[in-house]
Ligand binder design. Structure first.
Ligand code: ZN
Ligand code: MN
Ligand code: MN
Length: 285
């Protein structure tokens, strides 16, 4: 099973590799810089080299960069739209420099301009990023669009909305999807029962194609089904519950995909505990 968690880069990129080894994970998600700031200094070549070398010496088979939370690819504000497009270009460039195949991003919120207008902005943004020199220099890097919880005017809570974006992207082979379990639950997809999970997967297949789901975020939810609240909980301690995750991590259509935890980090034991819970639910290694 490809399993890992989001790790902080506060101690430097190389620290994440060491921490991943401690946790005995073979998948890893990172921010490539301070997630609450637009400012992104260029990556030092020796920093990238070190990260790649260290990773080669470990069992980290899968890695993904998560973009900063400030990005809104649907922003009706021209300045913010530009900053968001630039930030995504920069992340794609960094992924290329770090030999990381995927850049996962939230797509954004329409902020009152309407769903259709917002989705069209997102298409425009991603097409611009993929047509840019940084993306052309990193042809193997894919952008993953994450489903949202649907808080406020957030777009992408339904797979139909993500599907609309995917269908309008010019370079389709460079874009995939990430399904976050907490967000799906918040948006009203009941993935805790066999029938509910099958229904969600049928919709995913119809709107997106299961082969384009390249990553899953495993998060339990502090709020009930359909609450449209994006509040992650420890595995098994929220409304999705251990049995929900048992269905998800063993499902034939999902079990080969990378699983990344974005569960709360209360203390040193949080990550090991949540990882152990997922491992215990899996029927075989
Ligand atoms: Zn996310
Ligand atoms: Mn997520
Ligand atoms: Mn979330």
């Amino acid at each position: 099973m490809l399993l890992g968690c989001h790790l902080s880069i506060s101690g430097g990129l190389e620290q994440t590799v060491a921490r991943a080894q401690e946790l005995q994970i073979n998948a890893l998600q990172i921010f490539s810089h301070n997630a609450r700031s637009w400012k992104m200094g260029a990556l030092k070549p020796e920093e990238a080299k070190k990260f790649i070398e260290q990773r080669q010496r470990t069992r980290i088979e899968y890695a993904v960069i998560h973009t900063i939370y400030l990005i809104n690819l649907a922003s009706p504000n021209p300045k913010n739209f530009q900053l968001s497009v630039q930030a995504l270009k920069d992340e794609v460039q960094r992924a290329g420099e770090l030999n990381i195949p995927h850049v996962n991003t939230h797509i954004g919120a329409h902020l009152g301009q309407g769903v259709e207008q917002g989705l069209e902005r997102i298409v425009e943004a991603i097409n611009a990023v993929l047509a840019s020199p940084p993306a052309q220099r990193a042809p193997d890097v894919k952008i993953l669009l994450e489903n949202s919880a649907g808080e406020g005017t957030e777009l992408g809570a339904t797979f139909a909305e993500l599907g609309f974006v995917l269908r309008h992207i010019t370079q389709k082979e460079r874009v995939g999807v990430c399904v976050d379990t907490c967000h799906a639950w918040a948006a009203g997809y009941d993935l805790t029962t066999p029938q509910g999970l099958e229904k969600m997967l049928a919709e995913l297949e119809r709107e997106i194609g299961l082969e384009r789901v390249l990553l899953l975020h495993l998060n339990d939810s502090k709020f009930p089904l359909g609450a449209r609240r994006d509040r992650h909980e420890h595995i098994g301690q929220g409304h999705i519950g251990a049995e929900g995750f048992r269905l998800i991590v063993n499902h034939r259509d999902l079990r080969e995909k990378p699983f990344i935890l974005e569960t709360p980090k209360d203390d040193e034991q949080s990550d090991p505990t949540n990882l152990a819970r997922i491992r215990a639910l899996r029927y075989d290694g």
